[in-house]
Design a protein around this ligand. Structure first.
Ligand code: GLN
Length: 492
């Protein structure tokens, strides 16, 4: 197989080629960089490349293979790392002007795990500034374009991670998901995206957006690759006080189980009104497929979903306003010039360093936390959040997995929602409840709309049930045989 073809394949297929010595890890990394050089000015997936690191890592893999030593399952597989996750000695910008010149002094825990598995990191992937957004138009540096159609958004906020995998500029990627930022871009770019159970993956070294919602997770071409990458990054970490002290299972172990007796609940509130026609038919088709695979289909009502956007935009902005207080021009990052007093320095640094959406969120969050409004907004939102979690707990007494579309629509045109934050926020209606409830959720591609854009189906399971989730996803993937290689840029 030509190497230009091999870089468009799944990690598992690339591993076979590595082990059979049809290709070396160095050649694979080199081919991916050639691809990046030839198309990334059109896509905008990367903020920066980490060539030295990737080349060195690939060499280590090749040495091991030459000596017939065992290599980790994803060793040598090119990965895109979202640019809000620290890689020591390389820039981490969160796509913000305020961190434009920041170089990470340490590795995130997930990055260390990538290193010990000898996974070459190709570069730092573009995102919405501080992971705030659904379209990747909020990056302070450049927008990201959808590799399926360059006039469409790739989804956000992990748009660079998804576009890189979809265009052949990486084989797998890590994103972060606070309200859907792994699943939405996966859905818009025809990929698999998985947000793990809250606490499953360490957040140490991830630039915090909303700490009670953030999770790092994989964006990949196949469900199996997602399970393999989750195997790499999951596990307890002393450096993150919210990390679960539980040994993770092998996430590939149940992939192929049959679905007889598995109960799948479609979420009534997300599967009926307001869906694009093609998305609605895709949901129906997915349900029929599951039925034919022996699963039992049940309707589940989650009436509190209608409050989820309101809850999320109070909790997330409140936490963000607190987390982003550290960017004050004193310790690191951008500092405004020509100021007379310390106060002026704070104000000017933040006014110049943050983009519009970030400022909007800091203001909303500060308001929600201010005395006099705290009880009415923040406390109330946390109380309703608990009720949402209760709804999920009850649902998971009846079913194993919940199904809905990942988003009511497919990828939209660049520029079409950016002036209207509320309509942008609504794209997250199906995804944010999983973060509020802390449960694992994933998006898998099932088809294309009339314009050829990918459609994603979301599956959600109870806390710590990733194995079941991956099994149910794997079976649908197997039945659907979605061709992720239809992305217009992958073969260029
Ligand atoms: N689109 C949502 C937001 O803008 C979710 C972002 C995310 O998951 N990081 O907050």
């Amino acid at each position: 197989m030509e190497i230009s073809e091999l870089i468009t394949k799944s990690a598992s297929e690339q591993r076979k080629a590595l082990l059979n010595k049809e290709v070396s890890a160095s050649e694979l990394v080199d081919a991916v960089y050639k691809k990046v050089e030839s198309i990334d000015d059109k896509i905008g997936a990367y903020n920066s490349l980490t060539k030295e690191f990737a080349i060195e890592t690939a060499k280590k893999v090749d040495e091991k293979i030459a000596k017939n030593e065992e290599i980790a399952p994803l060793a040598g597989i090119p990965l895109a790392l979202k640019d809000n996750i620290n890689l020591k000695s390389y820039p981490t910008t969160a796509s913000s002007k305020i961190l434009a010149n920041f170089v990470s002094p340490y590795d995130a825990t997930v990055t260390q795990k990538l290193k010990s598995n000898l996974i070459p990191i190709i570069g730092k992937a573009n995102l919405d500034e501080f992971a705030m957004g659904s379209s990747n138009e909020n990056s302070a540096f450049k927008i990201v374009r959808n590799p399926w159609n360059l006039n469409k958004v790739p989804g956000g906020s992990s748009g660079g991670s998804a576009a890189a995998v979809s265009a052949g500029e990486a084989t797998v990627a890590l994103g972060s998901d606070t309200g859907g930022s792994i699943r939405l871009p996966a859905s818009f770019c025809g990929l698999v995206g998985l947000k793990p159970t809250y606490g499953r993956v360490s957040r140490y070294g991830l630039i915090a957006f909303a700490s009670s919602l953030d999770q790092i997770g994989p964006i990949t071409r196949t469900v199996e690759d997602a399970a393999l990458l989750l195997n790499v990054i999951a596990g307890h970490d002393e450096k993150d006080s919210t990390s679960l002290n539980q040994t993770p299972p092998d996430f590939t172990k149940d992939l192929k189980n049959d679905l007889k007796g598995v109960k799948i609940g479609y979420i009534k509130e997300l599967c009926s009104e307001g869906l694009a026609d093609d998305v609605s038919s895709a949901v129906q088709k997915a349900l029929e497929t599951y039925k034919s695979l022996g699963a039992e289909i049940v309707e589940i009502s989650l009436p509190l979903i209608k409050y989820s956007i309101a809850i999320y935009y109070i909790v997330a902005t409140a936490e963000a306003s607190s987390n982003l207080a550290r960017f004050d021009g004193v310790k690191y990052g951008y500092r405004a010039k020509d100021v007379d007093t310390l106060y002026d320095m704070y104000v000017k640094t933040r006014a110049e360093g943050f983009g519009e959406e970030v400022k909007r969120r800091i203001m909303l969050g500060t308001y929600a936390l201010s005395s006099g409004y705290y009880d009415a907004y923040y406390k109330k939102a946390q109380q309703v959040r608990r009720l949402v979690k209760n709804d999920f707990d009850n649902a998971f007494k009846k079913v194993d997995v919940l199904l809905s579309p990942t988003c009511p629509n497919t990828a939209f045109d660049i520029g079409s929602k950016i002036e209207d934050p509320l309509s942008m926020y609504l794209t997250d209606i199906a995804t944010i409840t999983a973060n509020l409830a802390g449960i694992p959720a994933m998006s898998i591609p099932v088809g294309q709309d009339k314009d050829g854009m990918p459609i994603g189906i979301q599956l959600q399971a109870d806390c710590l049930n990733e194995c079941k989730l991956l099994n149910v996803a794997f079976k649908l993937e197997e039945a659907v045989q979605f061709n992720y290689k239809n992305s217009s840029m992958i073969a260029v």
